[in-house]
Design a protein around this ligand. Structure first.
Ligand SMILES: O=C(O)CCC(=O)C(=O)O
Length: 284
């Protein structure tokens, strides 16, 4: 893509190369896992070691659950949902204003996470999307729709998404699932290969036939599970059948992706001159 090779990403690659982040062991492990498998599994506590921040995010999640369940009981029309994905209620959705007083936004914009995303992407990344999701249970016999079906994200060949579980997630809560080694360039990268804005949803049964054997990873896990993933590889999730799934999520993309294929979900409201260079770059 012209955008990738020549325009927006070139200077962002150069800027990262000039001052590479100094990663600690936990961060190095995440980047190495992402390179090898396309995902990395850890926990908020192990990655952040920040009890106060975890408590704030937990409270933010609990408030969102109470508000969502009150709205579901009273008037489901009041929920923030997107067309075609009505099974997910969102805390923010698009067009919201966010500052560092929002705890999940603060974690997502932290140097700790940005340094991992930037190292894996090999450039200064953009924090494109930040939200908290409540996936509503649906009948077992319902058809899987949208991101409940296997797909590659259209955003870019390489991107990083984080998923932080805010409830225990078992099979009945619609766990996230991923095909290891399916990111572009990896062993299974050529299965229905990634294309910008391409048809990235192959027939479910065909894909499952192709990956039979090694299969897919199913990420059930306790509250506090933190998953990193290059979702240009095949993934699906949120098909909750017994209990709601609640998670916080963020997306880190290249400047080229944001310039051409994707849209930032929020406007940062805090003072820019208080931020270091990589954070300012990520939020603007
Ligand atoms: O809800 C899920 O587990 C899948 C999410 C997804 O497809 C995505 O964020 O790209």
């Amino acid at each position: 893509m012209l955008h990738d090779r020549v325009l927006s990403n070139r200077s962002s690659r150069r800027r990262l190369a000039r001052s590479r982040p100094d990663l600690d062991v936990a961060q190095q492990r995440v980047v190495a896992d992402l390179e090898r498998d396309g995902f990395s599994l850890t926990s908020f506590q192990d990655f952040f070691s920040d009890d106060a921040l975890w408590e704030e995010i937990e409270q933010q999640g609990n408030r969102f659950v109470s508000e969502t369940e009150a709205a579901l009981a009273a008037n489901a029309d009041a929920l923030r949902v997107r067309q075609g994905k009505e099974f997910v209620a969102r805390l923010h959705s698009y067009g919201t204003e966010l500052g560092l007083d929002d705890p999940w936004f603060r974690a997502s914009a932290s140097p700790r996470l940005l340094d991992v995303a930037n190292s894996y992407l090999g450039l200064l990344s953009k924090l494109e999307y930040v939200d908290v999701w409540y996936s509503r249970p649906q009948p077992q016999e319902a058809d899987r729709v949208s991101s409940q079906r296997w797909h590659r994200d259209f955003n870019d060949r390489r991107l990083v998404k984080t998923f932080l579980y805010l409830v225990d997630v078992d099979e009945g809560a619609g766990p996230f699932q991923y095909v290891p080694g399916s990111a572009p360039g990896a062993a299974k990268g050529d299965l229905w290969p990634w294309r910008p804005l391409g048809e990235n949803y192959p027939p479910e049964t065909e894909l499952e036939r192709q990956i039979a054997g090694d299969g897919a990873r199913v990420f059930t896990g306790p509250k506090g599970t933190l998953l990193f993933c290059n979702t240009a590889g095949f993934h699906r999730g949120g098909f909750a059948t017994e209990r709601p799934r609640v998670l916080a999520t963020a997306t880190y993309s290249s400047p080229a992706s944001l310039a051409s294929l994707t849209e930032r979900s929020y406007r940062f409201t805090g003072p820019l001159d208080a931020l270091d260079a990589r954070t300012r770059f990520a939020l603007t």
